[in-house]
Write a protein that binds this ligand. Structure first.
Ligand code: PMP
Length: 404
């Protein structure tokens, strides 16, 4: 069992007040708050081990290099990847997907080839493919969902053709909370010899992820959503696939040798890490992964599941409540609208009561179109939230409803 009160003490921001009210932070799907150990890791990194990595012969540079590579091994263990060479540090989910979209399309696709995505993708798993579509003439096919917000697997199977070169889907929807049957999705693709990219941005913070068990070729996530710093994220790729792909960006660090006649690229993982990497961010991300591992990913999932059940029950009792996303397997995200109250008005009024939620299209406009709404209000929970906060939240939503 998690000791929520002592966990909350690790997050100084949670004891803040806004407009004189205790802060209730329910915008965790956008970004999570940082525990003291992560912030201290950043501070001590700059104070004690700051030097540019990989190129230095001096003490500090060697120490900083070791810390960055140790962070890579921590991510490897966290995801249970086979090798640290399969862990590429990027700026986040968005950059990781752009990297694969660009390099995979260059190496493996030609005009007329197809990528399968789902209707519930974040823009960051749609737009990079559209950019490649414009460059290379590839096309996107879209897995639809049912009324509960679950992907239609029969329709998915029917999307494959001999031109299908990749499946790129999210593990957990940032809007609906749907936990997709990702193992089945991967198996279906593999049965047809098609590789898979999984967007793990909303999965990694909330559940145990084992990339060998999952068997997807690529898996991506952002540090800032898993209690780590902004500006750092991860691309996991099976070594044989990363080896096959050309570099995404050119520059220092990623080369073996350079002349004006010919440049040869470095080995993995450096081939994909051009320029000075965020070696402070990587070590702070590793600290965040150690923090959630200490709490236990299964314990986190169980507690957040409990919060979701409670919030669904409390909000479900409010007159005019429409909850978007009723999947049987669901993460701790609650998207809703009440009567005809505009999502923006609801968000603004909740804010005045100290409650931080997100409103709008949540970077998933095609999903909004599929649901026939312009936007929703989204509350997303973390292990540091409590049932008491949900009580206050439900009372606040009811108060706003009455105002209208
Ligand atoms: N995919 C999903 C499912 C997300 O929820 C997000 C962030 N909202 C992203 C991708 C993009 O992550 P980032 O902005 O950290 O690159």
């Amino acid at each position: 069992m998690l000791d929520i009160q002592s966990i909350r003490e690790d997050f100084p921001i949670l004891s803040h007040t806004v407009y004189g009210k205790p802060l209730i932070y329910f915008d965790n799907a956008a970004t999570t708050q940082k525990p003291r150990c992560v912030v201290e890791k950043i501070e001590s990194g700059y104070y004690n081990v700051n030097a540019n990595i990989h190129r230095g012969v001096h003490f500090l540079s060697l120490e900083a290099t070791e810390a960055h590579e140790e962070a890579r091994r921590t991510v490897q263990q966290f995801l249970n990847a086979r090798s640290a060479n399969e862990i590429i540090f990027t700026r986040g989910t968005t950059e990781s997907i752009n990297l694969v979209a660009s390099s995979f399309t260059d190496a493996c696709m030609s005009a007329g080839d197809e990528v399968i995505v789902s209707v519930m993708e974040h823009h960051s798993n749609i737009v990079p493919w559209q950019i490649q579509a414009a460059r290379k003439g590839i096309t996107l096919k879209v897995i639809p969902m049912n009324a509960r917000g679950e992907l239609e697997l029969d329709a998915y199977r029917a999307l494959f053709s001999e031109r299908t070169k990749l499946v790129a889907v999210t593990q957990v929807s940032n809007v609906l909370g749907t936990i997709n049957p990702i193992t089945e999705i991967v198996e279906e693709a593999h049965r047809r010899g098609v590789p898979v990219l999984v967007d793990g941005a909303q999965a990694v913070p909330h559940m145990r992820v084992d990339v060998q068990e999952l068997d997807a070729e690529f898996y991506v996530f952002s540090g800032h959503k898993v209690y780590g710093p902004t500006g750092i994220g991860v691309l996991y790729g099976k070594e044989e696939w990363l080896d096959r792909l050309p570099p995404y960006q050119g520059g220092g660090e990623m080369i073996a040798s350079v002349s004006f006649e010919k440049t040869t690229f470095g080995e993995l993982p450096f081939k994909f890490e051009a320029g000075t990497p965020d070696y402070i961010g990587s070590t702070a991300l590793a600290e965040a992964l150690r923090y959630v591992s200490r709490l236990g990913m299964d314990e986190i999932a169980a507690y957040e599941g409990e919060l979701l059940r409670y919030a669904t029950e409390r909000l479900g009792a409010i007159e005019g409540m429409r909850i978007f996303g009723q999947a049987a397997e669901k993460g701790a995200v609650l998207s809703f609208l009440v009567g005809h109250i505009h999502h923006y008005d609801m968000g603004m009024l909740l804010d005045r009561l100290g409650i931080a939620v997100r409103t709008g299209h949540h970077c998933a406009q095609p999903l909004m179109q599929a649901m026939g709404v312009e936007g929703t209000v989204r509350a997303s929970f973390s292990f540091y939230n409590t049932k008491e906060e949900i009580d206050t939240f439900a009372e606040a939503v009811e108060r706003v409803r009455k105002m209208f």
